[in-house]
Write a protein that binds this ligand. Structure first.
Ligand SMILES: [Zn+2]
Length: 156
């Protein structure tokens, strides 16, 4: 199993799990790899900083005279954002894996658990904002999740 840091054309950074690096290239060619955030299929392996520097040194005339690493630098804020995105996606995936999707029955199920009518388990689902507020007022622990349908797709 190989974990690759991948990046789509919109600079979303995410992890991809493949049997090997060849596996990744094959799946990419067959259009099976897409960004879990935006669905973009223009995915490539995230270039590491040293490789970026090498490329700049080769392509840019005169760059050889400059100290390495100055011609191209990672924008810290962007790197941080990408890191955050990657972490959020990972957390979302964990939630998806560890919860049962009860869809529209969410409020009903959450209430029943709160009142001890059914056994407690981790669930996720949909409800209106008004009902979510009601649940919170009743003391039912609910947490809003960002809507990321693409995350779910990557699980299959
Ligand atoms: Zn993307």
């Amino acid at each position: 199993m190989k974990v690759l840091d991948l990046q789509c054309a919109h600079q979303h950074v995410f992890e991809g799990w493949f049997g090997s690096e060849d596996d990744f290239h094959q799946q990419l060619e067959r259009g099976l790899v897409s960004c879990p955030l935006c669905g973009d299929q223009r995915v490539e392996k995230k270039l590491s900083a040293p490789r970026l520097n090498l490329r700049a040194g080769r392509d840019a005339p005169g760059a050889a005279h400059r100290p390495e690493g100055l011609t191209l630098s990672n924008h810290p804020a962007q790197a941080e954002l990408a890191e955050l995105q990657a972490r959020m996606l990972k957390a979302m995936r964990e939630i998806m894996v560890n919860t049962e999707d009860v869809g529209e029955r969410f409020a009903e199920q959450a209430r029943a658990m709160h009142h001890g009518e059914i056994e407690r388990r981790n669930i996720r689902g949909q409800t209106s904002a008004a009902v979510a507020l009601e649940l919170l007022e009743e003391g039912v622990e609910v947490m809003p999740l960002p809507l990321l349908p693409a995350v779910k797709d990557t699980l299959q």
